[in-house]
Design a protein around this ligand. Structure first.
Ligand code: FAD
Length: 402
């Protein structure tokens, strides 16, 4: 894919979506500016899966060599009781690498690092700015004038909003967040902890209590692990940006959990990569408005519960860059084809496996017992295909070639 045009494209957001599309546009000879609100690359996030079409895109983008250096060698997932004993185990082999633990797993921060390393190595016209974001967007038939928080104003041919689930680009161009998001019944948090001495090496371990779960997942560095916390509770806008209240909610809802919870929760204050957000789904009636288009969580989010956020970001980035490079003189046509190509993938990827948070986190001890029985049933040979189908319905999606 080599185009060499005079196009200038601005990308808001240096997450997986923004960096993946930046890399492919640059390789096509297109000038790219990326603005990332954080002051440096954001670490954090637990293991993300690459399976089916997203793995194929990673291969086509030449990312697999970098990814292999950071692969997590997880053996599977175990659900444990308050004393740390097994309730059941789902090994990777039981589901042929297509269960809750996929054969290609990498921590989100490491995957972003692989993309940034590739970006640094591309000979192209890249302007990457940390600590910067868009304040205003004014578009006309010939281009988009963007005002940045730094006071600078610049002109671009296209703006890509890859600035996450609470996208400012989406708000400025399409309207308030509430128009496009559906609350899915809870919150999730991820952060790095020193690996607890009693943690079973190379296994993801989860413990569920009424309305909440706490888990640990191996990290690339065996000295650390990722804490995964899910809370089933009502939406509370006051939690946005209030880290003290977020940590308190986590502590309150897991106060009686037992297992390794006290050790994992003790790290809440120190964690430098603490991530907490509400679980929402994003549905846009259309992905583009004139010369502004959306990509990744800003455009199509199913929440971390789907396990498909990174897959959607990578596949979407591949399609968007591929279509722009195919017809750089016809951006409107490229954006229309991007939307038409990506929509069938999203329709499947956004579905919540197994009924979402109500099934994952029952409110009573009786409900928990019932859920554990379902978990054990899914481990039997007869039900394994059902589980695999639930976790990835996008296997049959056929990627176009560019
Ligand atoms: C720190 C972190 C940890 C995560 N951990 C997990 C996880 O463990 N499991 C999981 O399933 N999903 C996780 N996610 C979400 C997951 O990364 C996405 O679902 C998926 O990768 C799609 O990514 P994205 O690039 O669209 O959005 P994001 O990953 O959210 O990236 C958006 C980027 O835009 C930046 N940004 C936000 N607002 C602005 C603005 N106004 N201007 C410029 N830049 C802006 C953000 O700082 C961020 O770097 C995490 C996201 C983050 C940011």
């Amino acid at each position: 894919m080599s185009t060499n045009t005079n196009l200038r494209i601005l990308i808001a957001g240096g997450g997986i979506a923004g960096n993946a599309v930046a890399l492919q546009l640059l390789r096509a000879g297109i000038a790219v500016t990326v603005v990332e609100r954080a002051g440096s690359p954001r670490p954090g996030g637990q293991a993300v899966d690459l399976r089916g079409p997203s793995r194929e895109v990673a291969e086509r983008m030449g990312l697999m060599e970098g990814i292999r250096k950071y692969l997590l060698h997880e053996k599977g997932m175990r659900v444990v009781n308050a004393e740390g004993g097994d309730v059941y185990r789902w090994s990777m082999e039981m589901f042929d690498g297509k269960g809750p633990v996929a054969d290609i797993e990498i921590s989100r921060g490491d995957l972003n690092g692989v993309l940034l390393t590739e970006l640094a190595g591309v000979a192209g016209d890249l302007d990457y700015r940390y600590g910067e974001w868009i304040e205003t967007i004014d578009q006309d038939a010939d281009g988009v004038t963007v005002g940045f928080q730094s006071g600078v104003s610049e002109r671009y041919d296209l703006v890509i909003g890859a600035d996450g689930v609470h996208s400012r680009t989406r708000k400025l161009v399409f309207g308030p967040e509430e128009q496009f998001t559906t609350f899915l019944g809870g919150y999730m948090s991820f952060y790095t902890v020193p690996t607890p001495a009693q943690a079973e090496q190379d296994w993801m371990s989860m413990h569920v209590v009424p309305r909440a779960s706490i888990g640990i997942r191996p990290d690339f560095d065996p000295a650390t692990a990722k804490a995964i916390i899910t809370l089933r509770t009502d939406q509370n806008p006051a939690l946005r940006g209030d880290v003290t209240a977020q940590r308190k909610l986590i502590r309150d809802m897991l106060a009686e959990a037992g297992w390794l919870a006290p050790e994992v929760l003790a790290e809440l204050e120190q964690a430098t990569d603490f991530y907490f957000d509400e679980l929402v789904r994003v549905d846009m009636p259309t992905l583009s408005a004139g010369r502004v288009t959306l990509l990744g969580d800003s455009a199509f989010c199913g929440s971390p519960m789907t396990g498909m956020g990174t897959a959607m970001a990578i596949v979407g980035a591949y399609l968007l860059a591929g279509e722009i490079a195919a017809t750089p003189a016809d951006l409107a046509g490229a954006l229309a084809r991007y939307e038409a190509q990506v929509t069938p993938f999203l329709d499947k990827a956004k579905e919540l496996p197994g009924g979402g948070i109500k099934m994952m986190l029952p409110t009573s001890k009786f409900g928990l017992k019932a859920m554990q029985q379902v978990g054990k049933l899914m481990a039997t040979k007869a039900f394994r295909p059902v589980m695999m189908k639930m976790l990835d319905q996008t296997e049959d999606y056929v990627l176009p070639s560019y």
